[in-house]
Design a protein around this ligand. Structure first.
Ligand code: V47
Length: 373
């Protein structure tokens, strides 16, 4: 292996990591430029196994998008509709949203993950009531809700500080923040693909404030569109810097760009090789973030399995009602059962572990669906 790493131009990086040294921007760029995908994967896998052994985490969750009405005009988005009443626009009533959870009373769900459009006309009480209602229905459910972009939007719309918004949502039952809305932190890219929503500094500030208030959060990176390799590494380094400060990130989640039905549809989708590379580089650069998640809806199921050997240790969860990726062309199933996820993990040569949102063990040996051989 040492020889192969040297041939791949990765000897210095290998030595740095063996000595516990941090990788630099230049190292990250070198990793992306490496042609030997398996050598890169082996380096990332070493880091992954040192942290998590053979375990691969997932949870039993439900995804909910309460509205797709959104005043932002992100070029990559296939989900948003500008105004209520536009074709395809929807906003769930509180009862309709709560019914989604009531209808799953038989499922041992541990998390509801909510992401919405930026709706200009709803009162703030819609969101606090939404959370309170979910907790009334299932007091033990973990509510991972609202991206930092939504928090910033609420603060501006309802004339509050970001921290005040977080405090009120926490009082209503918010337990953690998902990582959406990060896209790519570099100004050049943000100006082009998502110029009219919360910028990088505010996104990171909101996560900083959330961590200070005791919430754990995730952070994402949308890749495979107009960003450069340097901008990807820069994005990772900004996550690493905030994590040094707060320690509040649980997982880094690379999100593969899906080009259907949006304004960037002329671009090709990222390839499987690129997806594996991004997960591997993330694992190597982000020495202080515990988990790298391969979100199977974004990567595709087959690539998510392989990513478990390229730095990823988490697959997200059962998901069940995802819209953002399916409207952008994802051909993954709408949901997987815990038995199906466990089977995929076992078939990939890893050991499934059902976790809750905070990575506490729910089931250390989940049953797998029978393999169809
Ligand atoms: O912020 C939107 C992305 C994100 C497209 O925190 C697109 O555990 C690709 O953040 N192609 C929302 N991506 C989803 C998200 C997420 C997913 C899974 C787990 C967690 C977590 C968070 O989806 C958006 C945006 O970056 N997105 N449109 C598209 N066409």
């Amino acid at each position: 292996m040492t020889e192969r790493l040297a041939d791949a131009g990765l000897r210095a990086i290998d030595e740095k990591r063996r000595a516990g040294e941090r990788l630099s921007l230049e190292d990250g760029i070198r990793l992306f430029a490496c042609r030997d995908l398996l050598a890169l994967g082996a380096l990332a896998n070493r880091e992954r196994e040192a942290r998590h052994g053979a375990r691969a985490f997932f949870n039993y969750n439900l995804r909910l998008e309460a509205t797709n009405v959104c005043v932002a005009s992100c070029l990559f988005c296939s989900f948003a509709r500008l105004r209520p009443g536009d074709p395809g626009a929807y906003t769930l009533s509180l009862e309709e949203a709560w019914d989604k959870l009531r209808a799953r009373a038989h499922q041992p769900l541990t998390e509801v993950h909510i992401v919405n459009g930026l709706h200009p006309d709803l009162p703030f009480s819609y969101y606090t009531d939404l959370l309170r209602g979910f907790k009334r229905i299932r007091p033990d459910i973990h509510l991972k809700c609202f991206t930092a972009v939504e928090i910033a939007f609420f603060a501006d719309l309802y004339d509050m500080s970001d921290e005040q918004v977080l405090r009120e949502l926490i009082a209503a039952g918010l337990d953690s923040l998902p990582g959406g809305g990060a896209e790519i932190f570099a100004e050049r890219v943000r100006r082009k693909i998502c110029h009219d929503k919360c910028g990088t500094d505010r996104y990171l500030d909101i996560h900083r404030a959330a961590h200070r208030l005791g919430l754990r959060t995730n952070v994402t990176m949308l890749y495979g569109h107009i960003e450069t390799m340097e901008e990807r590494v820069d994005h990772m380094l900004r996550c690493r810097a905030l994590q040094d400060e707060t320690g509040g990130f649980q997982a880094f989640i690379p999100l593969a760009f899906h080009p259907d039905n949006n304004q960037m549809r002329k671009l090709p989708a990222p390839t499987a090789a690129d997806t594996l590379r991004v997960h591997a580089v993330a694992r190597l650069m982000l020495d202080n973030i515990p988990h790298v998640k391969a979100f199977w809806i974004a990567t595709g199921v087959d690539v998510a399995q392989m990513a478990l050997w390229f730095g990823a240790d988490d697959l997200d969860g059962t998901v069940q009602e995802e819209k953002i990726y399916h409207m952008a062309g994802s051909d993954t199933p709408q949901a997987m059962t815990t038995a199906e996820i466990s089977r995929l993990v076992r078939q990939a040569g890893r050991e499934p572990l059902e976790r809750d949102t905070l990575y506490r063990v729910v089931d250390a040996t989940p049953a797998a669906a029978p393999a169809a051989l």
